[in-house]
Design a binder for this molecule. Structure first.
Ligand SMILES: *[C@@H]1O[C@H](CO)[C@@H](O)[C@H](O)[C@H]1NC(C)=O
Ligand SMILES: *[C@@H]1O[C@H](CO)[C@@H](O)[C@H](O)[C@H]1NC(C)=O
Length: 479
C-alpha cells in the first residue's frame, strides 16, 4: 500500500488540474495577530476567550499567566516544552500594567474565502512561497486538490457551503495525510475535529484525481456567490476601480478585469497541464513578468432560447491580467497577441482547434489605434497648453504668489488607513469557566503526537472551582 501510494504521488505532476492548497490563518496562542491587542498576552494580563465560542488553541512556549477565562468548549494543545505556570505578579519589562486581552473571534475564517488560501503547483513551491495566481472561484480548493493545514498550527475553519459535501483529493493536518474518507470522517467527528471544522458543509476525502487530461471542473460553481461575498468582506480594496474602458468578465471570477481572455476549442489530443506549462515556459519570462495568467477549463453556456442551458460546451479559458496598475491591460494584451500568433503557427500540435481573443480596451489603445491624425494633433496641442498652465502654476507657488493647499482628501485618506480599535470585547465574562472534565490528551488521535491536549468541556455556567492547570506541571512530556 505504501509504495503504491508513493508512486501515485510522484506521478502527480502529470495529473490535470490538481493543485496544492494551504490554509493560512491559525489559532495559535503565540500568534500576536490572534489577539485583540495585537500582541501575545503578558503575565499580568487577564486573558479571555469569547465565551460562547469553541476553539482549539496550540501553545508553543511556556506561559506565565495570572488569569485566564476559557471558552465554552475548547482545547489547549501544548507543544513540547510549553506549559502553564501561575504568575507571581511581578511585572516584566514592557508588560507593566495588566490589561484585558481577548482572543479574536475564531469563527471568522471561512473555507470559501480565497483570502485564506495559498495555491501552488507542488509542495516545494508552497514551501518556497511560489504561489499561483487563480481566478476567485478557484482561489479555494477544487475537488481534485490536496489540502494542507500547516504542521505546528491549530486552526478553525467555517465550512458553510451551498453544497453539502465538499470534495477534496487528500487533506493533511499536523503532518498526518488523510487519503481515506473513513479515516478523515473519524477525525472530523472527533472532539478535536469538531473544534477545527464547523459549519453546515462537510469535507469528503475522495483520493481520486482528475482523469480528463483536458482538465476537470473545479466544482466551486455552486458557491460562486458565497466566495465573492466572503472575498469582499473586510477588504474594500479587492475590487478597485478599473482603469480600462471596456473591462472583461472572466468566468469564475468575481470582478471584471483589464487585460485579455483567450477561449480555446480543443480536440482529444489537448492536454491542459502540458499546455499550461508550455505557456509559462514560452511567454512568462522577463518581458511579461508583471502579467498574471490563469488557464482553466470552463463550461461556456451556449446562447440558446431554452430556459435550462442543456449543452454547455467546455472551453479552455486563458485569462491574462496586468499586475501593474499604471497601464492596465496593455502588457497582457500584448502577450495575448503573441499567444494567438503562436496558436496560429502551431496550435494544432497541442490539439487546439480554434481560438478567440477578447481584449479590454483602455485609453491608450484608443489613442494609438482608433484615432485619426487630426484628433491626435488636437490632443498634442491641448497637452502642450496644459503643460504651460501647470508650469505657470508651479512658478506662482514657488514664488509665493499662491499658497498651496494640501487637499483635505489626502488627510482623510490617511486617517482612514489608521489602525482602528477592535470592537470592545465586553462579552460579560462572569466566571472562570473551566469545565468539569479537564483531562490530558486521551483522544487526540495521535495527531499532535508528543503534545499534550487539554480539553475543556464546560459544566454549568457559574461553576467555580480550583484551576487544575495551575496546579500541575505540564512541562513533562507524556510520550
Ligand atoms: C499568524 O496569523 C496570521 C493570520 O492568521 C498568519 O498570516 C501568519 O502567518 C501567522 N504567523 C505565524 C508566525 O504563523
Ligand atoms: C448552509 O447554510 C446556508 C445559510 O447560512 C444556506 O444558504 C446553505 O444552503 C446551507 N447549506 C447546506 C448544505 O445546507
Amino acid at each position: 500500500m505504501r509504495s503504491a501510494h508513493f508512486i501515485s504521488f510522484s506521478l502527480f505532476f502529470q495529473v490535470s488540474g490538481a493543485l496544492y492548497r494551504q490554509w493560512i490563518p491559525d489559532t495559535n496562542f503565540n500568534n500576536a495577530t490572534n489577539w485583540d491587542k495585537g500582541r501575545i498576552p503578558c503575565e499580568n494580563d487577564r486573558v479571555q476567550f469569547l465565551r460562547d465560542q469553541s476553539v482549539s488553541v496550540l501553545v508553543q512556549s511556556p506561559l506565565n499567566l495570572m488569569e485566564m477565562y476559557m471558552p465554552l468548549d475548547g482545547e489547549i494543545i501544548l507543544s513540547h516544552g510549553a506549559g502553564f505556570a501561575a504568575s507571581d505578579g511581578q511585572s516584566e519589562s514592557g508588560c507593566k500594567r495588566g490589561e484585558d486581552i481577548t482572543f479574536k473571534d475564531p469563527n471568522q475564517y471561512k473555507w470559501y474565502d480565497p483570502k485564506y488560501w495559498h495555491t501552488a503547483l507542488s509542495m516545494s513551491d508552497l514551501e518556497n512561497e511560489k504561489y499561483l495566481f487563480t481566478l476567485d472561484e478557484e482561489g479555494v480548493p477544487c475537488q481534485y486538490d490536496d489540502v494542507i493545514f500547516r504542521p505546528g498550527t491549530s486552526f478553525r475553519v467555517d465550512l458553510d457551503s451551498d453544497i453539502q459535501i465538499i470534495n477534496v483529493k487528500t487533506i493533511s493536518i499536523m503532518n498526518r495525510k488523510f487519503a481515506s474518507n473513513d479515516e478523515f470522517a473519524e477525525h472530523q467527528w472527533s472532539n478535536t475535529g469538531k473544534l477545527q471544522f464547523q459549519g453546515n458543509g462537510s469535507i469528503a476525502v475522495t483520493n481520486t484525481k482528475c482523469e480528463d487530461k483536458s482538465g476537470c471542473e473545479c466544482g466551486n460553481f455552486d458557491n460562486h456567490r458565497r466566495i465573492c461575498s466572503n472575498l469582499q468582506q473586510g477588504s474594500e480594496n479587492h475590487f478597485p476601480g478599473l482603469l480600462c474602458t471596456s473591462p472583461l468578465k472572466p468566468q469564475g471570477h468575481c470582478s471584471k478585469v483589464c487585460g485579455a481572455i483567450i477561449y480555446l476549442e480543443y480536440g482529444p489530443q489537448f492536454d491542459l497541464e502540458s499546455y499550461r506549462a508550455q505557456l509559462g515556459f514560452s511567454f512568462l519570462g522577463l518581458k511579461y513578468e508583471g502579467v498574471q495568467m490563469s488557464v482553466t477549463k470552463v463550461y461556456k453556456k451556449q446562447s440558446s432560447k431554452k430556459i435550462i442551458p442543456t449543452d454547455a460546451v467546455p472551453r479552455i479559458q486563458i485569462v491574462l491580467i496586468d499586475e501593474v496598475k499604471s497601464a492596465p491591460g496593455t502588457l497582457a494584451a500584448e502577450l495575448a497577441e503573441e499567444i494567438m500568433e503562436d496558436i496560429t503557427s502551431r496550435g494544432d500540435t497541442f490539439g487546439i482547434i480554434n481560438a478567440e481573443l477578447r481584449k479590454s480596451s483602455n485609453s491608450e489603445d484608443q489613442f494609438g489605434g482608433n484615432m485619426n491624425a487630426g484628433k491626435i494633433v488636437g490632443i498634442v496641442a491641448g497637452a502642450f497648453i496644459a503643460a504651460l498652465l501647470i508650469g505657470n502654476l508651479i512658478y506662482l507657488i514657488a514664488s509665493g504668489r499662491i499658497r498651496a493647499k494640501i487637499s483635505s482628501a489626502v488627510i482623510k485618506f490617511r486617517k482612514y488607513n489608521q489602525f482602528e480599535n477592535e470592537e470592545a470585547a465586553d462579552q460579560g465574562f462572569r466566571n472562570v469557566v473551566y469545565g468539569s472534565s479537564v483531562h490530558l490528551s486521551p483522544d487526540s488521535n495521535d495527531l499532535y503526537s508528543g503534545e499534550n491536549t487539554i480539553t475543556i468541556v464546560t459544566g454549568q455556567s457559574g461553576t467555580n472551582f480550583a484551576n487544575p492547570l495551575f496546579e500541575q506541571d505540564f512541562n513533562e512530556e507524556s510520550c
